[in-house]
Design a protein around this ligand. Structure first.
Ligand code: AMP
Length: 425
């Protein structure tokens, strides 16, 4: 038997109803904050990710699905392509390629699959889905303002509340500007020199190549060493400190709670200043529902104009997991099951189904070959509230037997009153 590839999965009903519920809420909230949707390709030139996400990150160094694309002729040199491991790089590429600033497009969101070759576990997949948004634009459009950071964070709090997700925690940090980070990296390098040998292999490598990434380490034995390392908060320059203070002040003013976590450096290289994560207790080890931050130099590093930005990516798989409790309220059950009784009744039943569906009712349709008992069983299995019986007598009278499947009560209802009667429950 051929099965879905390790780390990928089929999303099946009834879960898909939850996915649609989440996406509908996202689209609503995004509209209220004036974001518009962008869809970028799921594969891009490998260079794009190497230059934005960063060569030294786990994503680029070991998790990407990369291949040489064949040219038409045998002799053609192949192009290195990669399934997108995240979507910010693609959005910023599109921003530059289509000069989106000229069109005044500076608030964009996306929903789609991403690919990382991570070790699969609960809440971690090799094909997973992200919902993300980016505010990006020329500095003259205010894209650098702490007001944008706070607006994005407040929008996320609104979205989570709207989805009924409680007990989330917003963890906030500032990773400073590149100059702050250079000084911080140097301090880290020095602090790591005498202790790196006692750390995991990854950290030993990071201590030399990109000390900041040591904070991504999850190895328990390394944590006491990491605890004692210098923190980025001690290295922020005046501008970054003020920016960060203003983000916090606005959040406090709008009533969005947060905690400061100066270990939060995020696993991608392009972040500057504000970095954040929302976590949720019920998710277990993989407890980050979403992460994001500011990336003021990203456009330039991809050959674009100066275009400060801030964005986030929600792990949709995890968001849906934290919603399982509300599943029943979201998954639609048929309002009515139509049971044609006897030969020739499929035609009448189809007419009725068409009428009732036009009244926005959720209708399941049986078959004339079923006996009454089988019809009721099928209706109950489908979770229908009512069964509607379509037999010869009913058609003649133009009134139909409507049975409430939970109370067992059965009444005769004229065709014209059916939709309203069914909708009452
Ligand atoms: P990142 O792009 O790494 O900042 O991730 C943003 C969010 O995407 C995380 O907070 C997770 O919720 C989700 N995410 C990242 N990697 C995976 C994965 N392999 N499987 C499921 N969700 C993921």
């Amino acid at each position: 038997m051929i099965k879905a590839v390790r780390g990928t999965r089929d999303l099946l009903p009834p879960d898909t109803a939850l996915w649609n519920f989440v996406e509908a809420a996202v689209r609503d909230v995004m509209r209220a904050y004036n974001f518009q949707e962008i869809r970028t390709p799921i594969f891009e030139e490998t260079q794009l990710f190497a230059r934005s996400v960063g060569e030294e990150t786990d994503i680029v160094s070991k998790e990407m699905y990369t291949w040489e694309d064949r040219g038409r002729a045998q002799s053609d040199k192949g192009q290195s392509l990669t399934l997108r491991p995240e979507n910010t790089a693609g959005v910023v590429r599109a921003y530059i390629e289509h000069k989106l600033w000229d069109l005044g497009l500076n608030k964009l969101y996306y929903i789609g699959p991403q690919f990382r070759r991570e070790r699969p576990q609960k809440g971690r997949y090799r094909q997973f889905y992200q919902i993300g948004a980016e505010v990006i634009g020329p500095p003259t459009a205010g894209s650098e303002s702490p007001a944008r950071d706070a607006e994005v964070l407040e929008m996320l709090a609104t979205l989570l509340d709207r989805l009924g997700i409680q007990n989330w925690t917003l963890e906030l940090n500032s990773v400073g500007c590149p100059a702050d980070r250079a000084r911080f990296n140097e301090a880290l390098r020095q602090a790591l020199e005498p202790v790196a040998a006692q750390m995991c292999v990854d950290c030993q490598r990071r201590a030399v190549t990109n000390p900041l990434r040591v904070f991504d380490c999850k190895v328990p034995e390394d944590q006491p060493i990491i605890e004692k390392l210098p923190r980025i908060s001690q290295f922020l320059d005046e501008g970054c400190r003020k920016h960060f203070e203003e983000v916090q002040a606005i959040l406090t003013s709008v009533g969005v709670p947060f905690i400061l976590n100066d270990r939060l450096v995020r696993g991608l290289d392009y972040y500057t200043r504000t970095a954040f994560e929302f976590t949720h207790g019920a998710l277990g080890a993989q407890n980050a529902i979403l992460g994001g931050g500011r990336y003021d130099g990203l456009s330039e590093s991809l050959g674009g104009p100066q275009a400060p930005g801030i964005g986030f990516a929600i792990g949709e798989d995890r968001l849906v997991m934290s919603l399982q409790q509300t599943a029943d309220a979201v998954i639609g059950k048929p309002n009515v099951y139509i049971a044609p009784l006897g030969p020739g009744m499929n035609r009448e039943a189809a007419r009725l189904a068409r009428e009732l569906r036009r009244h926005d009712l959720l209708v399941e349709l049986g078959d004339e070959s079923f006996r009454l008992k089988k019809s009721f069983e099928t209706a109950e299995k489908a979770g229908a509230l009512y069964a509607l019986i379509v037999g010869e007598n009913e058609v003649k009278a133009d009134a139909f037997a409507l049975k409430n499947l939970s109370t067992g009560e059965q009444v005769q209802v004229p065709r014209a009153e059916l939709a309203e009667r069914i909708r009452q429950d």
